[in-house]
Design a protein around this ligand. Sequence first.
Ligand SMILES: [Zn+2]
Length: 248
Amino acid sequence: MSRFIDELQNLKLNDTSLVVGNPKGGCMVFRQSIAVLLLTVLSVYAKNEPHILPVGAIEALSLLKKGNDRFISGIVRTDGQAKEDIARLFEWQGPNAIVLSCSDSRVSPEIVFDQKLGEIFTVRSAGAVLSPSLVASIEYAVETLGSRLVVVLGHTNCGAVQCAMDTLGGKSAGSANLNLLVADIHPRIRGKVKQPSKNLETESWLNARGAAQDLVKRSDLIARAVTLGKIKIVSGLYSFTTGAVVFD
Ligand SMILES: [Zn+2]
């Protein structure tokens, strides 16, 4: 669906000056007219079904910030999770944002951003570590679902980052798999800190920003989407003391 809409947008935005002097100009104008008509129909449809088409990156970020404000205030939404919403989302989803966060039980993105069914596509791992399957999940949401915003969400006092700090000298993290996990974090913090910090905030920021950069490095699809302006990637940090998410 998103690729179809992108093609329609490209066709609609095609510079009409290209049509001048072009013997096929009439055909181009006709195709542009059809594109405008289809986009109009789709936009009307989207207003009735607000979660079918994701919003743009700036609006998506605004929705998350407003949701976090509601979470902090304690006055949260009660809509978006009724039987009608389950039915409405039966055939398709169009999440406004992709959130890559740590698996920490205290940092559930749907809760800290006060988001409901179908509104954010959540991918989680301890320390927001990037495995191939996790990167592929984000690629799917970008390419197939059309989400325009990717948020890499770290948090204060992250146990995974602490473990990575503790194993910088080569000490085992406890198992082969855990060693792989901290090995993904090590390059993001290695050489930038001399010794483990007690509050971990600086290191957690380094890890979140590094994961955002690594996401682009490890996925041609995501890198291309960023270059073309289809998606925006931002990093943020959730505070255990305030409940607030601060974005870069
Ligand atoms: Zn964590």
